[in-house]
Design a protein around this ligand. Structure first.
Ligand code: ATP
Ligand code: MG
Length: 440
């Protein structure tokens, strides 16, 4: 992508409305724009990051055996009347009428709809286990939307829903998502700690929130500090192994970890003082097992091996991609801007032409841009005629992990500089070596 032809509306000034660093940096880097309270457009740079976050989420959901589909944002009120949540949900639900005066709503979550899809076609235990997910916009009329896309009214959610014949089988499905979440957040460069959670309006009795530690987090959390160093389940994790996944779950729930709602002061104080961690955190994921809470009222049942009909045991599993993007920034930035982990960086590398219009600089940059693009890299080429200082500041602000800097003096020697955004380390090398470093 040539910056001269891209759309990346950088702000020079710090936006006054932004209270936390991620919101400030997302606005300054031209990633998002608020359209009305708590409702955002994702501008091209932000969209790239969001897509990469979703790609990681999708890969790990698929690895754990979940199957992607797509459900609509607008739902009929009827389904929610069946489950009893139409009245229970309250003001967070945006209720709408269509031209025939039929009550509709903008989905805050999809338990009812997916249960409807399930009951229409699954009739036998032989079709279980089943886990269906989508990545879709939700709307919750939050009383206090704030911090940009961290807490917005319209937001994106990956929500998965599992169906099993028995509680035991449902717990295995729960453990699959538990392990998939550990892997997902790790790949996004985050250390997320599962904490026992309240089940809230979703209902049920087994639930964990995945919390990342950050000073600007809205939740108060308490846990054992060993969680910070725990091993993440590897790529070869066997998701069909009941014992293997139970062992992962047991290990990751063996120590104390709770948000303030579930906090047990006495249990926490029983941990030796030097091993306690009391901090603030951001909830990036939440998983629930809720048994037959929806399958009973909505009549979702299958025939078991005993020939009888059984209401299915369900769970639901949410991750907030539009919250994860700012959460990653909260965890990874410095005074100059964002520092993206490679897995979600909007571009792999930015090529900075320090003197656009200078024939040698232009030729060198074009050569590098073409070679890296051909190698399948996402390359941003700063071919604008801005001052070098402005270009450096922009490259640092948008947080692309590596920069290739081509200035007239180095180029005259057949060289460029490669800068690591995170460490700030710069290395001069031949043009060929710079290309090989990315291609190899
Ligand atoms: P919170 O406690 O932060 O209001 P929640 O418990 O209501 O969230 P869940 O129903 O558990 O949220 O939703 C699953 C995930 O969706 C959350 O873990 C979070 O990542 C994301 N999410 C929920 N509400 C919002 C929001 N208003 N803005 C952005 N992301 C959200
Ligand atoms: Mg939650």
């Amino acid at each position: 992508m040539r910056l001269s032809r891209y759309f990346m509306p950088i702000l020079k000034e710090n936006p006054k409305e932004a209270e936390i660093v991620s919101h400030r940096l997302m606005l300054r880097a031209g990633m998002i724009r608020q359209q009305s309270q708590g409702i955002y457009s994702w501008l091209p740079l932000g969209k790239r990051v969001l897509d990469k976050v979703n790609a990681v989420i999708r890969e790990e959901q698929n690895r754990a055996g979940a199957i992607e589909l797509s459900m609509p944002t607008l739902q009929s009120a009827e389904l929610w009347q069946e489950s009893g949540r139409y009245d229970a949900y309250g003001k967070e639900m945006l209720r709408i009428k269509d031209r025939q005066e039929r009550p509709m709503l903008y989905g805050p979550t999809n338990e009812e709809m997916v249960t409807d899809i399930f009951r229409a076609s699954v009739k036998s235990y032989k079709d279980l286990p089943l886990n269906l997910y989508h990545i879709q916009l939700k709307f919750r009329d939050e009383i206090r939307p704030r911090f940009g896309t961290m807490r917005s009214r319209e937001f994106m959610m990956k929500d998965a829903y599992s169906f099993d014949l028995t509680r035991e089988a449902a717990e295995h499905s729960y453990n699959k998502m538990f392990a998939a979440y550990l892997r997902t957040f790790d790949r996004l460069g985050l250390r997320a700690i599962p904490m026992r959670a309240d089940t809230g309006p979703i209902g049920g009795n087994l639930s964990h929130e995945f919390i990342i530690l950050a000073d600007t987090g809205e939740s108060e959390v308490f846990c054992h500090k060993d969680f910070v160093g725990f091993d993440i389940p590897g790529e070869r994790t066997d998701f069909d192994s009941v014992e293997g996944l139970q062992a992962i779950f047991d290990k990751w729930t063996s120590l104390y970890a709770a948000t303030s709602e579930m906090h047990d002061e006495a249990a926490f104080n029983a941990i030796p003082e030097g091993e306690r961690l009391s901090a603030r955190g951001i909830e990036v994921g939440h998983i629930f097992y809720f048994g037959t809470k929806y399958s009973e009222p909505m009549g979702a049942k299958v025939q078991g091996p005993d020939g009888k009909e059984h209401f299915v045991h369900m769970g639901s599993y949410g991750i907030g991609p539009t919250r994860l993007v700012p959460a990653i920034i909260e965890a990874s930035h410095d005074d100059n801007g964002i520092i993206w982990p490679a897995s979600v960086a909007p571009f792999d590398v930015v090529v900075i032409n320090m003197k656009a219009g200078d024939e040698a600089c232009d030729d060198t940059c074009e050569l590098i841009y073409a070679a890296l693009t051909k190698a399948g890299k996402d390359v941003l080429y700063d071919d604008t005629d801005d001052r070098a200082g402005t270009k450096f500041a922009t490259a640092d602000l948008i947080g692309v992990p590596l920069q290739i800097i081509a200035g007239p003096r180095a180029v005259a020697n057949g060289e460029v500089e490669v800068k690591d955004r995170k460490t700030g380390a710069r290395e001069t090398m031949t043009i060929e070596a710079a290309i090989n470093r990315f291609v190899a």
